[in-house]
Ligand binder design. Structure first.
Ligand code: ADP
Ligand code: MG
Length: 497
């Protein structure tokens, strides 16, 4: 039998509502198994059953072919199942070492706990993951990424065979995601089975071998990722044709909202020009890291190109912009900028949703006026964007990726910006919320706004945009109507340049 774990026909209801119905999942050693589906599909519930947090109402679990049941998380850990959950499970007021040995503290010579050994072994376990942390550090002092790595170290130390990572990267920045992915690959190479839950398509395709899709508590199917494309995976998740995910284009383009002339991003790159009209959503497509981001960042003063001119509202500005101008200057031009890294560059995680939205209203307005309009604008924005939060005071850190993105968008839509630059609009966002965000962007364009967007998900650009510029080698190599573009034609344009 080649499966480490087999869950068969698992069912689970909470009160009257069914969270899982007859779901089966088999985990093979040496594989990273993606578990996907919209919010509420049942992914976390299935994994909490495997981890001993919940008991199933029906179905069974086999480990190496033998029926098992886990009365609690500790029993699951003893059976070699380690978890990193969305809600972190380390105890914040204890040290790293105490967390690592919780419930299995080594006994010392005189009957007490052997703290020295705990510290030493913790140090070794952390070092294995390349972590240089003091075992006596309180968990509450660690960053979210560090806490996750400690949980993984814990699992490795407990000699787990199965690692469950439930949306581990939702709260991580790009650099930490890289480190995490390296650890996951190392675990796979050691023959561990890893379950990986994430909404990030690029990560799924980069590190997973197999995918199981759930929808409304039921199994849609399990497939090797090598046989799938992003498109077929999305279709599996939403259970409808891809086109239905995107709002209709209306094709009405007005006057030019932004033009960029003679932009030379790097000394050895060819200068190019591009323009965005009112009512248009324009995508910057192509292979990753070919200069798409430099274009947006040059406009907000965060990247210094060699030369170029930007024209906005009849005024010319020479590029590079003066260093100190930054995003504020862009806002003064009626522009908005939503960066890729919501956590590091955009949102204030410690503040409430309302405060995050109100933030940009301060720019260029008397404080008193802002204060008066505050409550109304925030409430209207949250309801218009369908932000699912307990209220304006709800901390942004507690919201799902989709709702965080809506809050960030809301910040700018609450201002009178009519030109939006947006990076990775639906990164880490579940499929249902993706569709809502596409509609928000389209409505913004319909109301006379203009959007310039970049995304690693080519299908997203094709579905969402009116026109695409293909970027390669820090320059525009092709321009096409999105409705006629395909992943293939974009790649072709990029590579034949
Ligand atoms: P996912 O992780 O795919 O987003 P979940 O497993 O968290 O989905 O949730 C599946 C369904 O079960 C949802 O409808 C959710 O509201 C419900 N659910 C999950 N946990 C509980 C719980 N502890 N009590 C009641 N309902 C729950
Ligand atoms: Mg979940």
């Amino acid at each position: 039998m080649s499966h480490l774990i087999e869950m068969s026909r698992i069912s689970k209801a909470f009160g009257g509502s069914v969270a899982l119905r007859d779901v089966s999942l088999a985990l093979a050693p040496g594989t990273v198994h993606a578990l996907m589906g919209e919010n509420g599909a049942g992914k976390s519930t299935l994994m909490k059953i495997l981890a001993g947090v919940y008991q199933p109402d029906g179905g069974d679990i086999r480990r190496n072919g033998r029926m098992v049941s886990f009365a609690n998380p500790r029993a699951a850990l003893e059976a070699g199942i380690s978890t990193v959950f969305q809600e972190l499970s380390l105890l914040p007021n204890m040290t790293i070492a105490e967390n690592m040995f919780l419930g299995r503290e080594p006994a010392g010579r005189f009957g007490g706990i052997d703290r020295r050994r705990m510290r030493q072994e913790t140090k070794v376990a952390l070092a294995r993951l390349g972590l240089d942390l003091d075992p006596d550090t309180l968990v509450s002092e660690l960053s979210i990424a560090q806490r996750q790595f400690v949980e993984i170290a814990h699992g490795i130390d407990a000699d787990a065979g199965v690692f469950i990572l439930d949306e581990p990267t939702a709260a991580l920045n790009a650099a930490d995601v890289e480190v995490l992915n390296r650890h996951i690959r190392a675990l796979r190479d050691k023959g561990k089975a890893i379950v990986y839950i994430s909404h990030r398509m690029d990560e799924i395709f980069a590190i997973c071998d197999v995918v199981t899709v759930l929808k409304d508590g039921q199994l849609v199917g399990t497939q090797p990722l090598s046989e799938m494309t992003q498109g077929s995976l999305i279709e599996m998740m939403v259970g409808r044709e891809l086109e239905d995910l995107f709002p209709e284009r209306d094709g009405a383009a007005g006057e030019v909202a932004l033009s960029i002339c003679g932009l030379r991003l790097e000394p050895d790159a060819k200068p190019f020009s591009l323009s965005v009209r009112k009512g248009e959503i324009i995508g910057l497509a192509g292979l990753e890291g070919q200069g798409q981001q430099k274009i947006l960042r040059a406009l907000v003063g965060q990247f210094a190109p060699v030369e170029g001119t930007l024209t906005r509202r009849g005024k010319d500005k020479r590029l590079p912009l003066p260093k100190e101008s930054g995003v504020r200057r862009w806002q003064a031009l009626g522009g908005a900028f939503v960066p890729e890294d919501r956590k590091d560059e955009g949102l204030f995680l410690g503040l409430g949703a309302g405060q995050n939205i109100a933030m940009a209203l301060h720019a260029g307005r008397p404080a008193i006026e802002v204060a008066k309009r505050y409550g109304e604008v925030i409430a209207a924005t949250m309801s218009k964007l369908n932000v699912k939060a307990a209220g304006p005071a709800a901390s942004v850190a507690s919201l799902s990726g989709g709702n965080q993105q809506k809050v960030l968008l809301g910040r700018y839509l609450a201002t009178d910006a009519d030109l939006l630059l947006i990076e990775e609009p639906t990164r880490g966002v579940d499929v249902g919320a993706k569709s809502e965000i596409y509609k928000i962007l389209r409505d913004f364009a319909k109301a006379g706004g203009a959007v310039l967007v970049l995304s690693r998900e080519t299908l997203e650009l094709i579905g969402l945009c009116d026109r695409l510029y293909v970027i390669h080698g820090n320059t525009v190599v092709s321009e096409m109507r999105a409705a006629e573009a395909t992943e293939h034609s974009i790649l072709d344009a990029a590579l034949s340049a």
